[in-house]
Design a protein around this ligand. Structure first.
Ligand code: FAD
Length: 300
């Protein structure tokens, strides 16, 4: 798969799998397993992973363009995808171990969805400063933590979890750990009932004395903050912007459809035919959001 074929495959999945179910899934707050399966089968879960693990080895440009295409059809699925790619980046940046290599291969083969479990109610939007702290034991660490929003909660096969390092002295002395689903003590606490983006299962999760062996420590002790800011955050910012772009494109397209189909019966014209102000505003917005990502350049 290259950049161009990735985009055409993403469009095909968006049209065939995401778009027909998006409205009902959003209404019912239903996570789309079909969408994740389709993305996995087509190789999108390993889009940015190195080829040595079976990934496609494509870069941020393709990731952003694919995410925007998915968001145009279903922003919840795009968000699930974005959090997965962020988690995959953190796993890929981890120190080498057999366990980590095996998970990267599972992701690349399409059977493993991952996500981030950073935010905690104690530090709220300051996701880089967990208040939970890991405790050392013989096999690795034990973690007790409350995570406030975890996209794909209960649906992912693994969670990239942040927690203060056992001997960390300050609020950013954290470590990243990989916690597989099914580990004893890991539970989803409630459901996600948001105002929008309702179909991505962004629910709270609880880790109750979960044991994480050394081979699943993704960073050295205290190096979690650096990985969150340097590995995860750039992908997150890019992906979140791509989700917003996809939403904007969808809004522009829906507006165009409305202007063409809603009619003034007494004038025998559509809104668009009748009102030049609406046509002008639509043209302005379409110009901003329709162009491909590569066409968005800084002025000057
Ligand atoms: C749909 C959804 C999915 C999510 N998925 C994940 C996930 O997968 N993994 C994960 O770890 N987290 C996830 N999050 C959590 C997210 O990263 C934030 O931690 C969370 O939204 C913070 O919410 P809050 O109400 O606690 O914000 P608060 O901390 O109460 O912030 C409220 C407002 O104050 C602003 N604010 C806070 N501090 C400052 C400051 N210093 N200066 C200026 N403004 C400030 C914030 O920007 C915000 O507008 C998700 C959130 C949502 C809504």
């Amino acid at each position: 798969m290259n950049h161009e074929t990735s985009l055409s495959k993403a469009r095909e999945i968006a049209d065939r799998v995401l778009a027909p179910a998006a409205k009902q899934n959003d209404k019912e707050g239903r996570f789309s397993t079909d969408a994740v399966d389709a993305l996995g089968r087509a190789g999108f879960l390993g889009l940015t992973l190195p080829t040595e693990f079976g990934g496609t080895g494509l870069g941020p440009r393709t990731f952003a363009a694919v995410t925007a295409i998915l968001a145009e059809a279903d922003a919840s699925v795009a968000m699930v995808y974005l959090m997965h790619i962020c988690a995959a980046a953190a796993i890929n940046a981890a120190r080498a171990s057999t366990a980590v290599a095996q998970i990267l291969e599972e992701i690349a083969s399409g059977g493993h969805l991952s996500t981030l479990a950073f935010s905690e109610p104690g530090s709220r939007s300051h996701f880089w400063a967990p208040v939970s702290r890991a405790r050392r034991n013989d096999a690795g660490v034990r973690i007790t933590a409350k995570k406030s929003f975890v996209t794909s909660a209960g649906r992912a096969q693994s969670y990239v979890v942040s927690s203060l390092a056992p001997e960390g002295a300050g609020p950013t002395d954290s470590t990243l750990y990989l916690v597989p689903a099914g580990v004893r003590g890991l539970t989803v606490e409630g459901s996600w009932d948001g105002l929008g983006l309702r179909a991505n299962a962004s629910a709270p999760m609880m880790l109750d004395d979960c044991e994480v062996p050394y081979e699943l420590h993704l960073t050295n002790d205290g190096a979690g903050f650096k990985a969150m800011l340097e590995v995860v955050l750039p992908q997150f910012n890019l992906g979140a912007a791509a989700v917003a772009l996809g939403l904007c494109r969808a809004a522009v397209a829906a507006t165009a459809t409305h202007l063409k189909s809603a009619r003034f019966e007494h004038l025998g014209q559509s809104l668009g035919e009748s009102l030049p102000t609406l046509r002008a505003q639509l043209a302005d917005h379409a110009d901003r959001y329709r162009r491909p990502l590569s066409a968005h350049r800084r002025p000057g």
